[in-house]
Design a protein around this ligand. Structure first.
Ligand code: SF4
Ligand code: SF4
Length: 154
């Protein structure tokens, strides 16, 4: 059938097929996407079981971030205890690579699942995740007691 616009029939065939396919889109914001378990969005402080944090202010995450999105302001007291004044996180610059989470030796941070992160004002994308907080101090394990300690046998 020379001369007929075959492209029209092709597109009609595709349109007809798609009538019977399941929807590929959701009606956001009435419907919400199901986020895969391993999806990565912004960095957040991982709460411990008791609701506290486990950040020991070691700054390893700061050095691990290739985009310099993390900056900790820390005060060290005379007894060498640390206090986190600010735990700055620039969400606008974060590329959500997860390198900081992998680098943290204390499992103190994680990649969040909240994907509604946009803001009209870029200044609101810089967050203080741990404002004015003492750094976590890991309790020292108790020393084993020597049962023979104190024996005075000659
Ligand atoms: S989040 Fe982890 S790596 Fe970063 S300062 Fe705290 S303990 Fe160190
Ligand atoms: S996820 Fe990547 S870019 Fe974002 S703060 Fe961590 S290391 Fe930096």
């Amino acid at each position: 059938m020379r001369g007929l616009p075959t492209g029209i029939f092709k597109s009609l065939r595709i349109a007809f097929k798609n009538l019977f396919r399941p929807n590929m889109v959701i009606q956001y914001p009435k419907q919400r996407a199901i986020i895969p378990e391993r999806a990565r969005w912004a960095v957040e402080i991982k709460p411990a079981q008791d609701g506290s944090h486990r950040c020991q202010a070691c700054r390893i995450c700061e050095g691990a971030c290739p985009h310099h999105c993390i900056k900790l302001d820390i005060t060290t007291a005379e007894d060498r205890s640390k206090h986190i004044d600010h735990w700055w996180f620039d969400r606008g610059s974060c590329m959500m690579c997860g390198l900081c989470v992998e680098a943290c030796p204390f499992d103190a941070i994680r990649m969040g699942h909240d994907y509604e992160l946009a803001h009209a004002d870029p200044a609101l994308l810089v967050l203080d995740l741990l404002p004015d907080t003492p750094a976590y101090v890991r309790p020292k394990p108790a020393r084993p007691v020597d049962p023979n300690a104190g024996d005075t046998d000659a």
